[in-house]
Design a protein around this ligand. Structure first.
Ligand SMILES: Nc1ncnc2c1ncn2[C@@H]1O[C@H](COP(=O)(O)OP(=O)(O)OP(=O)(O)O)[C@@H](O)[C@H]1O
Length: 425
């Protein structure tokens, strides 16, 4: 069974020129539960996750997985599965083909591709090109990719985006199951209503700063709750509460007793022989609490002193932002995330060559609907580095006179491909 790890953000700060994307984020994510990473658009969630995954360097502070930075992990793909965008797949490749490339590059057995596609409900469409997939299907494929290495940590950026209600229900159960197996599951979202259904614990950020961390129920304080009680004989109920010195407000729907426990109110009514028609606990609307936290009008003790105090300045578009500390190309983080390819494997080379497919192979919907995102660029970079690596290795082998010893099987995998799987891929 995969082992979950604690994720730790320690004073993480990231500046993009004048934009403070993440501002001293200190938080801890525990295994065994689904943790929601919540914040409005532009709050700094994706940047924090990218720092955790070594895709971008922090200006200061550290983010670790089981005490190690991503680049120091011995087996990154078997430790962390991450999906930061649903659309970072090449539209001209099939789902199975895509995952096969990743699996081969990481030395993961090809049968795992079929397993994970089955787990996310894509087995029947594994042979279809991803360009024809709906957003929800691409989300499922992203999730399948994260599971390839059977990792103990899952980091998912807005995984419910584009899912229909049935898909949302499915992913909720699926993530809970993964967490129940002891994995660490961190899921970002900008919608409380969505994360409320999925997560047991919450980390909320606003303008790059932590404004809450803890279990969902701790979002509100116990004294913010009241008991709403009513009886067919409301006058008798009022008299019984008053006789005990219990203060209440009169609502249309009954009597509201602030800061009380429904059990105590019920016992008072029972002692006076009053039958009740309503006995309910009511709290503040979580959506209001969330908005107050992100607007800075409510400060929670879990993030005391860290909440934003002033409205954010207008944020320039990324393209207008001069990079004060540009990321060096080919950082050690990049190298660590690039699994070694086996250049001798004919299928690896064939897969790499498939990327050069004619644009006619790409469904028209892709061109019409899709704008290239950072993640697409990352995917392209991944494959181009993959190709370059394979070509360099092949050239080195040829120089050494090793070309004649090209193996026929898959040196990076532990089982031969079947005819069926070859056809599908
Ligand atoms: N590469 C970049 N260059 C400049 N600014 C950036 C870059 N990436 C992010 N930002 C800025 O950093 C801030 C945080 O962005 P980030 O994408 O982390 O937020 P988010 O919480 O994930 O938002 P969303 O929910 O909209 O995805 C935003 O102001 C954003 O414009």
């Amino acid at each position: 069974m995969p082992v979950g790890h604690v994720l730790e953000f320690a004073g993480v700060t990231k500046r993009f020129g004048p934009v403070m994307a993440v501002d001293g984020l200190t938080a801890r994510v525990e295994p065994g539960v689904v943790t929601g990473f919540l914040g409005p658009n532009g709050a700094g969630k994706t940047t924090s996750l990218r720092i955790l995954l070594g895709l971008v360097g922090a200006t200061s502070g550290t983010a670790t997985i089981g005490g190690k930075r991503y680049r120091d992990l011995d087996h990154p793909l078997q430790t962390v599965g991450a999906a930061l965008e649903a659309s970072s797949f090449h539209p001209g490749r099939t789902a199975a083909n895509h995952l096969t490339v990743y699996a081969q590059a990481a030395g993961i057995a090809p049968r795992r591709v079929d397993e994970v596609l089955g787990l996310v409900g894509l087995a029947d469409v594994a042979g279809r090109k991803v360009g024809g997939y709906s957003l929800g299907m691409r989300q499922r494929l992203g999730l399948a990719g994260t599971l390839l290495g059977d990792p103990g940590v899952l980091v998912l950026d807005e995984p419910s985006n584009g899912l229909d209600p049935e898909g949302i229900k499915w992913i909720r159960g699926f993530l809970r199951e993964l967490a129940a197996q002891g994995r660490t599951v961190l899921v970002s979202s900008h919608m409380l209503a969505e994360i409320q259904q999925q997560a047991d614990a919450l980390m909320i950020i606003s303008r790059g700063r932590l404004v809450f961390q803890g279990p969902l129920y701790a979002l509100t304080e116990p004294d913010e709750y009241s008991t709403v009680v009513d009886a067919p004989d409301r006058d008798a109920l009022r008299a019984a509460l008053s006789a005990r010195g219990i203060e209440f407000e009169v609502l249309r729907s009954g009597l509201s007793v602030p800061g009380s426990d429904p059990a105590d109110v019920g016992a008072t009514a029972a002692a006076a022989g009053i039958a009740l028609s309503t006995l309910q606990r009511r709290g503040p609307a979580l959506e209001e609490v969330f908005l107050d936290l992100v607007n800075g009008t409510r400060v929670h003790s879990s993030a005391a002193g860290m909440a934003p105090v002033a409205p954010a300045a207008e944020v320039p578009a990324p393209s207008e932002v001069p990079a004060s500390a540009p990321e060096p190309p080919g950082t050690p983080e990049d190298a660590a995330t690039l699994p070694a390819a086996n250049p001798d494997d004919p299928e690896v080379l064939e897969n790499a060559a498939a990327l050069e497919e004619s644009p006619d192979d790409i469904p028209a919907t892709w061109d019409a609907d899709h704008t290239k995102t950072d993640s697409d660029v990352e995917a392209d970079e991944f494959f181009s580095r993959f190709d370059a690596h394979a070509a360099a290795e092949a050239a080195a082998d040829a120089d050494a006179g090793a070309a004649a010893s090209i193996p026929e099987g898959r040196a990076t995998t532990d089982e031969p491909a079947t005819d069926e799987s070859e056809d599908q891929r």
